[in-house]
Design a protein around this ligand. Structure first.
Ligand SMILES: Cc1ncc(COP(=O)(O)O)c(C=O)c1O
Length: 408
């Protein structure tokens, strides 16, 4: 059991009172709030260590470089990468996926090749592959969901065995339905069929112990801001044996070995992948976010999310004007629930809940292909994290009753 009161106390923003009401923050899948430890780390970086990295031998530059490299080590350990050379800092998961599309993708995917995605992918894991497919004459194939709204593994098996698959790009967990995909099996099947695998870990990194060595994936992408860290810092993991096969994405300062008038050579990875001045304070804040998450324990976090999901589902299934999307139990899913209130637009639901201080997201959640597949233009999404509790779920369910009253 998490000590929610103690955890809440670490998050100053949770003391705010929107519209005079106590804040209930259920928009964690969009971004999590930040504990004091992270907020202070960012301020500390500027108070104590700020200087540009790598460029100068002076005291502050050394401290700044050490902070940045400490962050890389911390991420390496957090996801159990074999080497810190595999850890590339980006701005976010979106940039990490685009990175691989523009580099490895354009280099290795060719005419007639297939890229396999799932219908539940976030636009960030669709558009970069549409770009590659269009430029290289490759084909996109989507795997759909089964009757329980989980990934249809049989369809995946059929698709991968049809041949020509160069890449499987799949989310670890869905930002709409919360379903956790069987990525071990997907990676194994993909590799056996000669395809590389990119995992979009944006929704799994906050709540699941990720072991990239054990998973064996080729690329893993995530954002710091969804796991208590600062905005503007993301991570791209590249498997060690692919490091030389991935060309640089951006070019310029910091990433070179030698520059001549007509050509240049590059620094070894990860520097060859990080052109320009990086987000050092973001990386430094991420160290504290990792420490915070590890202090609670990822198993405990997922368990807590599932308990809240189970509790919320048990209440929502009782309400006849609420239509739920996704599996009807919390098994093998994260703390995300998508639903609609019959005959009420999701934006209206979110606006009315906001009057009660309850922050939820409404819209297509950057998953328009999934929305079309579900037959809706939009949903309301409540997403839970470590500082949420059952009393907040109760208030949220009461809020939905108010929504209904308004629209009667
Ligand atoms: C599954 C998934 N993938 C990718 C992203 C993109 O993350 P970011 O906006 O941090 O790049 C998100 C963000 O919501 C997401 O939920």
């Amino acid at each position: 059991m998490l000590d929610i009161l103690k955890i809440k106390d670490d998050f100053p923003i949770l003391k705010s009172s929107p519209h005079g009401k106590k804040l209930i923050y259920f928009d964690n899948a969009a971004t999590t709030q930040k504990p004091t430890q992270v907020v202070e780390a960012v301020a500390d970086y500027y108070k104590k260590y700020n200087a540009n990295v790598y460029r100068s031998p002076h005291y502050l530059s050394t401290l700044s470089t050490e902070s940045y490299e400490e962050a890389r080590e911390s991420v390496k350990r957090f996801i159990n990468a074999k080497t810190s050379e595999s850890i590339v800092f980006t701005r976010n998961a979106t940039e990490s996926i685009n990175f691989i599309a523009y580099t490895w993708g354009l280099k290795h995917i060719g005419e007639g090749d297939v890229i396999v995605l799932t219908i539940a992918e976030h636009h960030s894991n669709i558009l970069p592959w549409q770009m590659v497919a269009e430029k290289k004459g490759a084909k996109l194939k989507y795997v759909h969901l089964d009757e329980d709204s989980r990934l249809d593994l049989d369809e995946f098996k059929r698709t991968i065995s049809e041949g020509h698959v160069k890449l499987v790009a799949v989310q670890h967990a869905s930002n709409v339905l919360g379903i956790i995909n069987p990525v071990d099996e997907i990676i194994d099947l993909s590799h056996r069929n000669g395809a590389k695998v990119l995992i979009d870990g944006a929704q799994s990194i906050p709540n699941m112990k990720i072991d990239v060595e054990k998973l064996g994936c080729d690329f893993y992408a995530f954002s710091g801001h969804k796991m208590l860290g600062p905005m503007g810092i993301g991570v791209l993991y590249i498997k060690e044996d692919l490091l030389d096969d991935v060309p640089p994405f951006l070019s310029g300062g910091e990433m070179i070995d030698e520059v001549f008038e007509d050509h240049s050579t590059f620094a070894p990875s990860p520097l060859k992948f990080e052109a320009g001045t990086p987000n050092v304070e973001g990386a430094y804040g991420l160290i504290k976010a990792i420490e915070y998450i590890e202090g609670i324990g990822l198993d405990n976090i997922l368990k807590h999310e599932q308990e809240l999901t189970e509790y919320a589902l048990s209440k929502l299934v009782e309400i006849d004007y609420v239509k739920l999307y996704g599996p009807k139990n919390a098994e093998n899913r994260t703390g995300i629930i998508s639903f609609n209130v019959l005959n009420v637009h999701p934006h209206d639901v979110a606006t009315i809940l906001d009057q009660d201080g309850i922050a939820v997201r409404s819209g297509h959640h950057c998953c328009q292909p999934l929305m079309r597949y579900l037959g809706v233009p939009a949903t309301v999404r409540a997403s839970f994290y470590i500082y949420n509790d059952k009393s907040e779920v109760d208030a949220f369910v009461d809020g939905l009753k108010d929504v209904r009253k308004w629209f009667r």
